[in-house]
Design a protein around this ligand. Sequence first.
Ligand SMILES: [Zn+2]
Length: 154
Amino acid sequence: MKAPPKRIYNSASVPQEDCVFCKIVSGALPSYKVYEDDGHVAFLDINPFSLGHTLVCPKRHGETLWDMDDREIEEVFKVASKVSKGVVAATHADGFRIMQNNGEAANQAVAHIHVHVIPNKLEDKGRFMNRLKPSKGEMESVASTSKSEIAKLE
Ligand SMILES: [Zn+2]
């Protein structure tokens, strides 16, 4: 018998009924959605590191990577890869970053598994990334373009 993994600490941990991302999944809260399939939803981060910064969430609630089985882990990263192609095309980015934080020590702000897809431009190489506050219009525009670029991949 393997020892159970150490619990990941997250002060943002809430009962599932209070989970912000579960509310986005159910449609109870609005989001700038760019992709959805049976098991996942992808929407823009509202405080993005770059315009087009997208979060890919499994619909099933879990807090960290350790709450997913191998198949779910494989699926969420496959979706993140697909989403990255649409987001990079939509933002004319030159590259992208995949980030997946687990626990408060790793800056996980919402305790529902999510994979960050962050498009990067060559001119921003090496620049410290600050959180941006894009306008509603910018968010709507990049969400709509990303959504149609992702749809072209299917
Ligand atoms: Zn949740």
